[in-house]
Design a protein around this ligand. Structure first.
Ligand SMILES: [Zn+2]
Length: 384
């Protein structure tokens, strides 16, 4: 099988409710658009099971899992702690089950790829990269990318995993989970923590102990555009991946770096996003016989941008072309939410800064890339 979608409808129960920006409609409308396009075929959909406690506890403290369960069972009586019960991570009934299911989905995607039941897999409900060992953060309860990586490495000790994160925010929780490991390399491209949550992800965060040189970050300036992402990807991700020689690539494909996103100030276009995803697919093709596990992530233009990005990702992973013209059936669903649907899948999307401003942004990006290369490359025997 070329590529699998890991999905079941109750993954949408990861829902903080109210006007919380992480509205599950971002994922359900993505899967709807995939289906309207006919990608993937029905026999390529894997239905996951929730991750067991012992699997969650490869990454999270048992005391934290117990607190999530307590909040989940009696949200009205829960005393806020460990990041739970905050504005970003309000508690809700069934929170543990929903969060464990997201972890199960991403773990199923990664193990299907590693065990070669499919070449590539996509878990669009996953990518909750901000959760810490004993603390919820940034709309993330359990860290499904870290749980999936830890779980597959339990089954396959020594497996070399390259984690690439193109979400608009730093992939802090995943970096933290493997900070001292030379067998899991984490690379994150994101808007600089000087201006944006979670306030980390600087060039000098490079791993520790035996893991020194196996974490890399490119903090991009506000309004970094397609060209900036190209500089960061070619200047940092490609040479590090080549040097690392992974057995599998895990990619967090958050789409909140998009220029329309309400929570970030970045300038990526949908064609720029496609270029990045194609490059990640190409890295896996070149380095690990195509083995790629794609996860969702952020993205808060929930009805207009995220579904277009992720339906395109699924088609790309399957290696099929889909028309730019969006299916009317899907556009009608967006209209039912009171929003005017876009007309195309996004090849014509663009973002442009005024010339002088853009030159500054590109220069700042070049400086960030230089700093990251200087900090990380010597540890891997590479010339900065
Ligand atoms: Zn994000």
């Amino acid at each position: 099988m070329e590529a699998a979608l890991v999905w079941r409808p109750d993954l949408a129960s990861y829902d903080f409710g109210g006007s919380h920006p992480l509205d599950p409609v971002r994922v359900t409308l993505s899967v709807s658009l995939m289906r309207d396009y006919g990608v993937p075929p029905s026999d390529a959909v894997l239905s996951p099971r929730p991750a067991r406690d012992d699997v969650l506890e490869l990454v999270h403290d048992a005391g934290y899992v117990a607190a999530v369960k307590e909040a989940s069972a009696q949200p009205d009586r829960f005393h806020p702690r460990m990041g739970l019960g905050t504005t970003d991570d309000p508690v809700f009934r069934g929170m543990h089950e929903a969060s464990a299911l997201v972890c199960g989905a991403s773990a199923a995607a990664l193990s299907a790829v590693v065990e070669e039941r499919c070449l590539r897999a996509f878990s669009p409900a996953g990518g909750l990269h901000h959760a810490h060992r004993a603390r919820a953060a940034g709309f993330c309860v359990y860290n499904d990318p870290a749980v999936a990586i830890a779980a597959v490495r339990e089954q396959h000790p020594g497996l070399r995993v390259l984690y690439v994160d193109i979400d608009g925010h730093h992939g802090d929780g995943v970096q933290e989970a493997f900070y001292d490991s030379p067998e899991v390399m984490t690379i994150s491209l994101h808007e600089t923590g000087a201006f944006l949550f979670p306030g980390t992800g600087f060039s000098d965060e490079i791993g520790e102990g035996a893991g020194t040189g196996y974490a890399a970050n490119v903090p991009l300036p506000p309004w970094a555009d397609d060209e900036c992402y190209r500089l960061a990807f070619d200047g940092v991700v490609v040479p590090l991946a080549d040097a690392f020689r992974p057995a599998v690539v895990v990619a967090q494909l958050g789409v909140d770096a998009h220029h329309s996103d309400p929570l970030t100030q970045l300038g990526l276009s949908l064609p720029g996003y496609r270029w990045l995803v194609r490059r990640i697919v190409g890295l896996a093709d070149g380095l690990c016989r195509g083995r790629l596990c794609a996860l969702g992530g952020g993205g808060y233009s929930a009805r207009t941008v995220v579904p277009r990005a992720w339906a395109w990702v699924m088609a790309e992973l399957l290696g099929v072309d889909v028309p730019e013209e969006l299916p009317e059936t899907w556009r009608a669903q967006v209209r039912a939410f009171g929003e005017e649907p876009p007309a195309t899948l996004g090849a014509d999307d663009a973002f442009e800064l005024p010339h002088a401003r853009r030159q500054q942004v590109v220069e700042k990006t070049r400086a960030a890339v230089r700093e990251t290369r200087a900090a990380v490359f010597p540890h891997l025997g590479l010339t900065p």
